[in-house]
Design a binder for this molecule. Structure first.
Ligand code: GLY
Ligand code: MN
Ligand code: MN
Length: 455
């Protein structure tokens, strides 16, 4: 099977983040650190899947953000030498036997040539070098939990009560988690990041279109998953940014459905929440459509209501607005619509307060998106909802779920039973208003109907 010409219409891939941009990011972060401090960032641990097979490796996003370095068993150390911040990377050295089995490594020389670092050492040398370097600083910026060996060195360094330390008062006395500082930086995307995110969203949009074109009654959820994830790789993404959700019929009413092992029957809506990762950047798109190509009247009513709420939420994605305005707008439209359809018997106002709406719309309207699908960034700094700034990327993903199987919905009118609809797009905040990065993915009802089963 070949992917259709639509899938093959993806534009040229943007440039990866440049070494200069990594340097700028490092410089910006260093300017926020205390004098006489050191910063440590560890790669994520590898994880065994079973026996001698490992899960595909993906490093820690903070290390990736500051260096672009994606190899396992690596640690970045930043420290001031003669007043200048220097970036040091401990890494897996070249090793012919390991490289024959597992793949080529940049090693020390390759890292110095191609990455934004000043010094590189084999990872084994960290045990000797790191404690010595830490003796020169008062504060260590380090997030614990990724590398127990490094955690122990930092802990030992802070707790050390050597004679020399007692006499001259040198050595670290405090550990600070740098994650908050890095999150603030990651929250605002650069031009280069936006290009990569738009590309990731386009790959994902084309994969969703491919799924629509291949839809038919009886298609397996796993077949749709295979099409979508195959298309991600075909179009140059490293794979998915999170496990794909493909739920047909009542499976569409289960928020984190992952089994993807049922057939979609004639009359079912299939809800597909799937996004690719490109150069580390996530896309996150959901579309919901009837596998037989025609929305039934009840499905149409719910679909158009969710779409109306999504468009209302996207309209709120403007500089200066509190991010929660998106949820308020989506919730209001959904509550009013459900009252109008007779699904909710109290007023919309009451439904927003008394939990009635939450029975059918039980999650938030969105989250930050970036190197992680649920990206970093405090939503309520100082307890107040954050205001949108240009360069932030947020998902907008309202939904309605009518699972007649749920004991709390046992008086549900059967016409709604089994309908689960979520519509999710990735929205960049700009000074000119919302810019939907995933806009290549159709969401108007007629447009979707005209695509289903056309392949
Ligand atoms: N795909 C996960 C989410 O939408 O939050
Ligand atoms: Mn999402
Ligand atoms: Mn999603």
């Amino acid at each position: 099977m070949a992917f259709t010409s639509t899938a093959r219409s993806l534009g040229t891939a943007p440039e990866p983040i440049s070494t200069e941009e990594y340097r700028e990011r490092q410089k910006k972060l260093y300017s926020k650190l205390q004098d006489s401090s050191a910063l440590i960032l560890c790669s994520s641990p590898t994880a065994v899947r079973s026996n001698d097979v490992h899960h595909p490796y993906r490093t820690n996003s903070n290390l990736l953000y500051l260096t672009g370095w994606s190899e396992p068993e690596s640690v970045m150390l930043s420290i001031q030498i003669n007043g200048d911040w220097k970036t040091i990377l401990f890494l897996q050295p070249r090793d012919t036997v390991k490289e024959i089995w597992e793949g080529r490594r940049p090693g020390v020389e390759g890292a110095l040539e191609g990455w934004a670092i000043d010094y590189a050492y084999p990872i084994e040398e960290i045990n000797e070098i790191l404690p010595k370097e830490l003796e020169r600083v008062g504060v260590v910026y380090h997030s614990v939990g990724l590398d127990s060996k490094v955690d122990a060195i930092v802990e030992g360094s802070i707790n050390s009560k050597t004679r020399a330390r007692q006499q001259i008062g040198e050595g670290p006395t405090q550990r600070i988690d740098p994650a908050g500082l890095i999150s603030e930086m990651r929250l605002i995307k650069s031009e280069a990041e936006i290009k990569l995110m738009r590309h990731s969203a386009e790959i994902s949009a084309l994969a969703h279109i491919e799924a629509m074109k291949n839809g038919f009654p009886g298609i397996g959820e796993w077949q749709i998953q295979g099409l979508i994830e195959g298309c991600f790789r075909y179009l140059g993404a490293s794979g998915w940014a999170y496990p794909s959700i493909v739920g047909g019929g009542e499976n569409a009413t289960i928020l984190h459905y992952h089994a993807n092992n049922m057939e979609c029957a004639d009359g079912d809506i299939v809800l597909i929440d799937a996004g690719s990762e490109f150069e580390g950047y996530a896309a996150d798109i959901t579309r919901s459509w009837p596998v037989n190509g025609k929305f039934s009247e009840p499905q149409k009513k719910i679909y158009n209501l969710v779409l109306k709420s999504q468009l209302a939420a996207i309209e709120q994605c403007v500089v200066g607005n509190e991010y929660l305005e998106t949820h308020k707008a989506a919730s209001r439209v959904l509550a009013e619509g459900l009252v109008e359809l007779g699904i909710i018997s109290c007023t919309a106002e009451e439904a927003l307060e008394n939990g009635e709406l939450k029975k059918y719309f039980m999650h938030g309207t969105g989250h930050w998106l970036g190197l992680d699908v649920h990206d970093v960034g405090i939503y309520k700094p100082d307890g107040k909802p954050r205001k949108f700034e240009a360069g932030m990327v947020i998902t907008i993903e309202p939904g309605l779920y009518f699972g007649g199987w749920r004991p709390d919905l046992n008086d549900l009118d059967p016409q709604w039973d089994g309908i689960g609809i979520r519509i999710e797009d990735d929205v960049l905040i700009t000074k000119d208003g919302p810019d939907v990065l995933s806009s290549r993915c159709p969401k108007n009802l007629d447009e979707i109907e005209s695509l289903i089963g056309t392949s």
